[in-house]
Design a protein around this ligand. Structure first.
Ligand code: DC
Length: 207
């Protein structure tokens, strides 16, 4: 069974994807990490984020080791990843790896922006997780505070709105629900309620 989870920044899709993967004993790929690691490689080389040539070779050169770092989850890298992710050739360089993951024998859970639309259009179930920008900013603020980062709610909200716009308006694989996705709005749901709703969607797709 392939479960595709998409949604905007800080919608809770990562938490849901992890929980669903644990529940169904499936491997999970957080595809945002691929773009974050590509952005980090560029920044570490002192290259510009819109340097398509260097971005593609960074994307191609990713190794598992590259995902094991706290810095990838920070605010700076989310923003940088969104810039790099708008480069068509970077997305192309990362497609095979993601499709191979989705094609694992017993299936997989993938979360990102274009899983249901581009990476796994034949997924057994697609969930588009969303929430109001304010709810997402509040969650992101809590998460960053928990990681010991200094938090400025207004700046986080501004980031989220900017990132939504960039991710939704890019020409290649923009953020949008697949035509056959179930939309799950978690604005007024806690983690448990969101998980229960997602589980019900997956169970319904299995029968
Ligand atoms: O899910 P995230 O916040 O870790 O993603 C960081 C950025 O990477 C996001 O703003 C856009 C990009 N991304 C993408 O374009 N496609 C994906 N499947 C996953 C992430």
């Amino acid at each position: 069974m392939i479960i595709a989870i998409d949604g905007p920044a800080a919608s809770g899709k990562g938490t849901l994807a992890r929980r669903l993967a644990a529940h169904f004993n499936l491997p999970h790929l957080d595809t945002g990490l691929l773009y974050r690691a590509t952005a980090r490689a560029l920044l570490d080389q002192g290259a510009k984020l819109d340097d398509a040539e260097k971005a593609v070779s960074s994307a191609r050169g990713l190794a598992l080791l590259d995902f094991d770092e706290d810095r990838l989850r920070g605010r700076e890298m989310g923003e940088a990843a969104s810039v790099v992710a708008a480069i068509r050739e970077v997305r192309a360089a990362l497609i095979d790896m993601q499709r191979a993951f989705a094609a694992r024998k017993n299936g997989a859970v993938l979360d990102g922006r274009d899983i249901g639309t581009v990476i796994a259009p034949d997924a057994d179930v697609k969930i588009f997780v969303t929430a109001s920008p304010e709810a997402r900013a509040q969650r992101r603020a809590l998460e960053l505070r928990g990681r010991g980062e200094k938090v400025d709610y207004a700046a986080i909200l501004e980031d989220i709105v900017k990132r939504d716009r960039r991710d939704s308006e890019r020409a290649d694989a923009p953020l949008k629900p697949a035509a056959d996705a179930h939309v799950l709005d978690t604005t007024d749901l806690n983690v448990e309620a969101a998980f229960a709703a997602a589980l019900a969607m997956v169970e319904a797709a299995r029968v």
